[in-house]
Design a protein around this ligand. Structure first.
Ligand code: NAI
Length: 434
């Protein structure tokens, strides 16, 4: 099939490349000329493990190309995907649909023959109706069906997630469009990946419900972690003890400094707004949002206490800035709250992240960017693990102790055993463990 993918971000680039790898002819379009130029040179505009090789293979095979011009690829496409950003609208938390609607308008005038236009962006219930209305207004002749096909991939494991998803969700009304979506995902279908075919509104809501549920699991275990600290219990064991129950499951039960990233914060907020407007507030989700915000803000205070009550004049080595490992994505990362709060408390910060340093530079003032982990630790009084990159799981703890003035390691991801760290002469603080 011929596919046009509008938006070459984390979702568009991975989805477009994987569709090409499935054997379809894919043109990826982005109005960001720098991104497209980089891709022409074989340079990935984002960090995602394995993506560079997959892109190169499919470009070489002639199935994948990149452009800033959408007229021709849209006119020739059987399926046009909209995979542009839907960030939180500044000030009110609604999903900002400006990019989606602009893309719909731009697509509309170039549509030829029957075309399926798919919203892959995460969009509130009813957005598909609006996209369809925009297309029909701009091009009343267009032979088009607007379909919802939300994406569930995780950054850092995006290719694997796209190629081996737990399910594919499609919100569609005609048999013709459904058949085209089935054809598009045929390799997965053959692998017996469940395809959930439903109506467009339900499909749009499934994406938000999934993210809100996962955020709720995280929020829940984080509150359990605080309770563990208060009563002398171990949250790791609580997670294991409940996660082995198949009705609960082990995933998303790791205590942390709070969830961040490009999806959960904005999607929980947008769902909250949708629900309130519909007269049915999702108060559980509202509580998750506020407890997560409070948690991120409370982390700097926790670090101050671990430092003996003051960060004034202290140098803190921050290990990890991205919102999670294996990505350079800084959107809504806990570091964006914790680092400035520590600086406000009088700390100097030396930071290192294996992939997110360039992204991070746009966000922080007065941070020293170290060349590697041990450079970050050199001259620091204490260290804080903010992101659980594998690199930080295998620290030479003896060397860490020798480098840190106060010999204090604060592990906000619980990636070490307390006894192991302490035996190397470090004071160790983690989350929800005695
Ligand atoms: P992103 O911000 O990385 O990429 C969006 C791209 O769209 C940018 O390169 C931008 O230049 C381009 N763009 C915007 N308007 C355009 C237009 N009119 N024409 C051409 N290009 C245009 O966004 P990301 O992270 O890929 O997210 C896209 C959507 O997918 C969002 O709705 C997000 O919620 C959803 N999503 C994201 C996931 C993730 O892990 N990042 C996972 C699942 C869904």
């Amino acid at each position: 099939m011929r596919v046009a993918m509008i938006g070459v971000g984390y979702v568009g680039l991975v989805s477009g490349t994987c569709f090409a790898d499935f054997g379809h002819d894919v043109v990826c379009i982005d109005k960001n000329a720098e991104r497209i130029e980089k891709l022409h040179q074989g340079i990935m505009p984002i960090y995602e493990p394995g993506l560079d090789v997959l892109v190169a293979n499919n470009v070489k095979a002639g199935r994948l190309s990149f452009t800033t011009e959408l007229a021709k690829p849209v006119a020739e496409a059987d399926v046009v995907f909209i995979a542009v950003g839907t960030p939180s609208r500044r000030g009110d938390g609604y999903a900002d649909l400006t990019y989606v609607y602009a893309a719909a308008e731009e697509i509309a005038k170039h549509l030829r023959d029957f075309t399926v236009v798919v919203t892959k962006s995460t969009v509130p219930v009813g957005t598909g109706d609006e996209v369809e209305a925009i297309i029909r207004k701009v091009n009343p002749e267009a032979d088009v069906e607007v379909v919802s096909n939300p994406e569930f991939l995780r950054e850092g494991a995006a290719i694997e997630d796209f190629k081996r998803p737990d399910r594919v969700v499609v919100g569609v009304s005609s048999e013709r469009a459904e058949e085209m979506m089935r054809e598009l995902y045929r390799p997965l279908y053959l692998n017996e990946t469940p395809l959930v075919v439903t109506d467009r509104r339900t499909s749009e809501l499934i994406k938000y419900a999934a993210n809100a549920f996962l955020a709720t699991k995280i929020g829940f275990i984080n509150q359990m972690a605080d309770l563990c600290e208060a009563v002398g219990a171990d949250v790791q064991q609580v997670s294991r003890g409940i996660g082995l129950d198949k009705r609960i499951g082990p995933k998303f039960l790791h205590a942390s400094p709070g969830y961040g990233g490009s999806c959960f914060p904005k999607d929980t907020l947008a769902l909250s707004r949708t629900a309130a407007d519909a007269g049915h507030p999702v108060t559980i989700v509202d509580a998750v949002i506020s407890s997560n915000d409070e948690r991120k803000a409370a982390m700097a205070e926790r670090i101050r206490q671990a430092a003996g009550g003051s960060l004034e004049g202290k140098t803190v080595a921050v290990l990890g800035l991205a919102f999670k490992p294996n990505t350079d994505d800084m959107r809504d990362a806990p570091s964006l709250v914790i680092v400035p709060a520590m600086q406000k408390m009088g700390a100097s910060v030396r930071a290192f992240d294996p992939e997110a340093m360039e992204e991070a530079k746009a966000h922080f003032d007065g941070v020293f960017y170290a060349s590697d982990t041990y450079d970050a630790l050199s001259g620091a009084d204490l260290a804080v693990i903010l992101t659980e990159w594998n690199l930080f799981r295998a620290l030479d703890l003896e060397r860490v102790a020798a480098l840190l003035g106060d010999k204090t390691l604060i592990d906000l991801r619980n990636i070490y055993r307390p006894s192991e760290v302490r035996s190397n002469g470090l004071t160790y603080h983690s989350i929800g463990r005695p």
